[in-house]
Design a protein around this ligand. Structure first.
Ligand code: CMP
Length: 139
């Protein structure tokens, strides 16, 4: 069965001009783009999006970072796209993420309070449904 995931190109990715490269990798893997929208995230969306991280030391810097510039919100579709995109993205820390992945090829630690790791991808079917409803209520 086909599934959908929410991908975000975070402000560091948009600022560095990597949106096209990241979308290219998603499409090259064979997934379909269902929705793509450049937008500035507000506190309400980010609080809901990162509810599971509330209270962690990096939460406030994370929300500030996510508000620091435009975000490219994307819904991608395909068989096993949720785990497929996580695999394309690589592990959280871009310094040690495997080469060949988005984070491993294009990201690194800039010595800041928050790991600026270029992309977000939903981590489960439940998260994907919740996040797609949050970012694209019309879908
Ligand atoms: P992601 O896994 O997409 O969602 C949570 C984000 O919080 C993560 O990417 C990083 O951007 C950031 N993050 C997670 N863990 C840490 C950490 N230990 N220190 C700083 N930032 C973090």
């Amino acid at each position: 069965p086909t599934e959908r995931t929410l991908v975000l190109v975070k402000p560091d990715g948009v600022r560095r001009g990597l949106s096209g490269e990241i979308l290219r990798r998603v499409e090259a893997k064979g997934y379909t783009l269902v929705a793509v929208e450049l937008r500035t995230a507000g506190d309400d969306v980010l609080a809901a999006h990162y509810a599971e991280h509330e209270g962690k030391p990096f939460y406030a810097p994370l929300v500030d970072f996510m508000k620091s510039g435009a975000v490219l919100a994307v819904v991608a579709e395909g068989h096993r796209v949720i785990e497929g995109f996580r695999s394309l993205a690589g592990t959280t820390d871009p310094t040690t993420a495997a080469p060949g992945t988005i984070r491993g090829d294009l990201g690194r630690d800039w010595g800041l309070k928050v790991q600026q790791n270029l992309v977000h991808g939903s981590d489960s079917a439940e998260s994907a449904a919740r996040e797609i409803a949050l970012w694209f209520p019309a879908l």
